[in-house]
Every structure is written in structure tokens, then in C-alpha cells.
Design a protein around this ligand. Structure first.
Ligand code: RP5
Length: 160
């Protein structure tokens, strides 16, 4: 049997605590939406729209697991203490961003594989990169370019 190191301990936010947080800082973002390139923005904004329509504040940042790795690590390591509850991460090609985000935080990470113009296989490369995470470091992978579902899943997590 193969053994894997234990993942970081999981902590949960009670719904009442979430409500108190929203009441205390109504405009504080609860969801961080990150993406590997400015070219991902049009697709990823669908997640922010779903959240906005539900009255949930999000923030959007461009950062790349390959081009700006230190920025990604800093952002994800500080996400919980800044009050974020869920991260949504979109990337195309060798889409490392969602997995790297999950490596640096124990918040739930929703990955959005994106069909880049340079994809070798119509986005399948990104889909597999996001979905095929090693045991203990989960990423919830939605469908190709389906940032809208990432927004809906984030809402369900916040309301769980
Ligand atoms: C990925 O490479 C990005 O997430 C984007 O989907 C893709 C292409 O990036 P650009 O060349 O448009 O910046 O890292």
C-alpha cells in the first residue's frame, strides 16, 4: 500500500460565522478569482457575475503559476487570513495554477480549465492538468471554460 503525507488539517466555517463575517464587513471579498493571464479575463468574469448576482463580493487577480510563482504563493498563503473562503483559479495550456493554489492554502479551490488558442488538444491539456491532482491536494474541476459553474459551486460551498 502506498502512503501519502497527511494533507493540511481542514478547518470549517460554520454558516453562522459566515453570516457574522458578511455582516461585519459587507464588502469584504469572500471569493478570490485568479487566472494565469489577462487573456483569461473574459471567460473568468462569468464566475464573478454569478457571485455578484447572488450578493457575494469577489476579487479578481491575474497571476501565473509559471510566470509569477511568488505572487501566487503569497496570495494563496494569505487568502484565509484575509477572509477569503473559496478560491476559483482558471488557467489554460499546462494549467498549473489551480493545483499550485491548492498547495498553498487549505481553502477549497475550484479549478477552471481554459481552452487557450495555443492548446495542443482543444483544452484537454488544461482539463487534465486541473483534474489530475495528487491525493491529499484536491481541486474541484469544473468543465472546460465553465467559469459560470465555478461561481455556482463557490456559492454552494459558502452556503453549506
Ligand atoms: C496560461 O497560458 C494562461 O492561463 C492562458 O490561458 C494561457 C495563455 O496565456 P497568454 O499567452 O495569453 O498570456 O498560463
Amino acid at each position: 500500500m502506498t502512503s501519502h503525507p497527511d494533507p493540511a488539517p481542514i478547518t470549517t466555517t460554520e454558516p453562522e460565522v459566515l453570516e457574522q463575517l458578511v455582516e461585519a464587513e459587507p464588502d469584504a471579498p469572500l471569493v478570490g478569482i485568479i487566472m494565469g493571464s489577462q487573456s483569461d479575463m473574459d471567460t473568468m468574469q462569468a464566475a464573478a457575475k454569478v457571485l455578484e448576482e447572488a450578493g457575494i463580493t469577489s476579487e479578481i487577480r491575474v497571476m501565473s503559476a509559471h510566470r509569477t510563482p511568488d505572487l501566487v504563493a503569497d496570495y494563496c498563503r494569505n487568502a484565509r487570513v484575509r477572509g477569503l473562503k473559496v478560491l476559483i483559479a482558471g488557467a489554460g495550456l499546462s494549467a498549473a495554477l489551480p493545483g499550485v493554489a491548492a498547495a498553498h492554502t487549505d481553502l477549497p479551490v475550484i479549478g477552471v480549465p481554459l481552452s487557450s488558442r495555443l492548446s495542443a488538444a482543444g483544452g484537454l491539456d488544461a482539463l487534465l492538468s486541473v483534474a489530475q491532482m495528487p491525493p491529499g491536494v484536491p481541486v474541484a474541476c469544473v468543465g472546460l471554460d465553465n467559469a459560470k459553474n465555478a461561481g455556482h459551486l463557490a456559492l454552494r460551498i459558502l452556503r453549506a
